[in-house]
Ligand binder design. Structure first.
Ligand SMILES: NC(=O)C1=CN([C@@H]2O[C@H](COP(=O)(O)OP(=O)(O)OC[C@H]3O[C@@H](n4cnc5c(N)ncnc54)[C@H](O)[C@@H]3O)[C@@H](O)[C@H]2O)[C@@H](O)CC1
Ligand SMILES: [K+]
Length: 507
């Protein structure tokens, strides 16, 4: 699903009104009715206090429509107009009058601290103060009001965006921003819902299709793409019957050092679970017995050295090399890595110490085969590209880096991001249980396993990250977040592939 900027969304609104020949009031009614439906479906007429805070722009207009419909269905509604300006939008005014007329009541005006209503933890708050129109931080009593709502402990539903959160900028640390439990957002998700610095504000996000112009949405170049099941399954290539293991490629996993052989075992196992036809492992010789015992499906070749990689020589012709897990970064290993890079023509996967060696020996970056996939976590990324001001600056710097070295970069996190140089893909599967030792090794193995099956490196990265998360979700359901191990993620990959292709029953 495309993620658009505030400017693009406003353009989509305009085009929709023009092509459908409808007014902005009509579009607001359509959008806000969907918000009402979601609330009504869940509350089922519950006898609770609903406190709706409306700004004076179109987000506030949405709030007034929701208030009117809730009132009509017999809910206990109190409406507060947050009067931060006298410049009320036209659609706010239309709906302000309709609310007064149909409910026979006047919304309360809030324009200083003394006007704040009491909010009990049992209340249901609808935040319709600011949407994508926020253009400066909330200040003074307005900031206090946002904090007052946050401190109330009441369940807070944000309309389109949590108020105080910019659609395309990171707020300062001391800024007042609504911390919503749930956000019903219009048409497309906003990028700030997925960035580490701002993802905590929206709570659970649900996207409401308000029917904006299809052809505009189809043609517009998005800020990023959100990858869910629908997008991931389009990337999956079903197998032909008349094939053999050679058709699914040979993945060579290179890494490990004394005490860190487990990492390559995890990657190799995941590459096979992801469908690689063959898997070989190259490790220091201390890994031989361990690997042959833990993973009989893989072939093992060892370095002359017992404890670290010093000379990565094989007569194999693998389809992909997955390098770096547990490798350490001694001078000997750096030398061996350099030779490997010089000799490898096809795209590689580089992870963990492979990335650290690149960071410490920047001249090696120029040797990376085109379209190699790099899979750093944030600390590895910082070592690789230097620091950044905020998440938006970070994305710009990654874009420059991927263009310069012609690589694909997977930034691991709660929502992993895949950068191709041209596009950004944001993964929407996974859970906090995956923050466990070896989870990254499993991801490298999955992506390399897909690359060995001739998935384009970019496709392998996007699909691999999604499957890794989906498999993690299956593990979390079976084991809970605390108990799951990274090896479990690998072992549930089969269930993840099946779930990817299974149609959800509607209802
Ligand atoms: N036709 C449309 O454009 C639609 C818009 N919709 C709603 O409209 C929203 C956008 O509405 P608006 O563009 O009116 O903007 P908002 O309602 O988000 O904000 C209202 C106005 O507040 C002012 N403002 C911004 N930051 C401020 C601050 N810190 N302190 C004081 N004033 C500040 C700005 O002038 C802004 O235009 C969307 O988020 C969505 O909820 C929906 O009704 C769907 C259709
Ligand atoms: K809002």
């Amino acid at each position: 699903m495309k993620i658009l900027s505030a400017k693009q969304l406003k353009e989509a609104d305009e085009i929709t009104m023009e092509t459908e020949g409808i007014s902005s009031t009509r579009l607001m009614e359509r959008a806000a009715s969907l918000v009402f439906n979601e609330i009504h479906e869940r509350l089922e007429g519950a006898d609770i206090n609903i406190k709706i805070f409306c700004g004076i722009g179109n987000n506030g207009g949405d709030g007034l429509v929701v208030a009117r419909l809730l009132h009509k269905y017999g809910y206990k509604v109190e409406v507060y107009v947050v009067n931060y300006s006298d410049k009320r939008s036209d659609d706010f005014l239309v709906n302000y009058d309709r609310y007064k007329k149909e409910s026979n009541s006047w919304p309360e005006l809030v324009k200083r601290k003394e006007d704040f209503p009491e909010i009990s933890p049992g209340d249901f708050v609808v935040d319709a103060i600011f949407g994508i129109g926020l253009n400066r931080p909330a200040e003074g009593w307005l900031a206090e009001l946002l904090r007052h709502i946050n401190q109330s402990g009441a369940f807070c539903l944000a309309v389109d965006m949590p108020s105080g959160l910019f659609p395309d900028k990171v707020p300062t640390e001391d800024a007042a921003v609504i911390k919503a439990n749930y956000t019903l957002t219009f048409q497309t998700p906003k990028i700030v819902f997925y960035l580490p610095e701002t993802m905590g504000f929206a709570g659970e996000v649900q996207i409401l299709d308000i029917g904006l112009d299809r052809s505009f949405l189809k043609d517009v170049k998005p800020l990023a793409q959100l990858i869910g099941k629908r997008e991931a399954r389009q990337l999956y290539k079903p197998r032909n019957k008349n094939t053999h293991k050679g058709d699914y490629g040979h993945c060579l996993v290179v890494g490990g050092s004394f005490g860190k052989i487990g990492s390559i075992s995890l990657s190799a196992r995941a590459s096979l679970r992801a469908g690689a036809g063959l898997c070989s492992i190259f490790s220091p010789s201390c890994g031989y017995t361990i690997l042959q015992t833990t993973l009989p499906e893989a072939m093992v070749i060892t370095d002359e050295d017992a404890n670290e990689l010093t000379n990565i020589e094989t007569d194999l012709d693998p389809d992909v090399i997955c390098f770096g897990m547990g490798a350490g970064r001694s001078a000997n290993t750096v030398k061996a890595f350099k030779t490997l890079l010089e000799q490898t023509k096809s795209s590689m996967l580089i992870d963990a110490d492979g990335l650290n060696m690149l960071s410490e020996n920047k001249e090696l970056l120029a040797l990376l085969p085109k379209n190699s996939v790099l899979t750093p976590h944030p600390k590895e990324l910082k070592r690789l590209i230097g620091g950044w001001e905020d998440d938006f600056d970070k994305m710009k710097k990654i874009e420059t880096f991927t263009k310069k070295y012609k690589v694909i970069l997977v930034l691991k996190g709660a929502h992993s991001f895949v950068f191709s140089g041209k596009h950004i893909y944001i993964n929407n599967s996974g859970n906090p249980g995956m923050a466990t030792a070896g989870s990254g090794d499993v991801l490298s193995g999955i992506i390399a396993g897909l690359m060995s099956q001739k998935y384009e490196p970019l496709v392998a990265a996007i699909l691999g990250v999604y499957l890794h998360g989906l498999s993690g979700d299956i593990c979390a359901e079976k084991l809970g977040c605390e108990a799951m191990l990274s090896g479990d993620i690998s072992d549930e990959l089969g269930a993840a592939f099946l779930a990817l292709m299974k149609d959800e029953k509607r209802g």
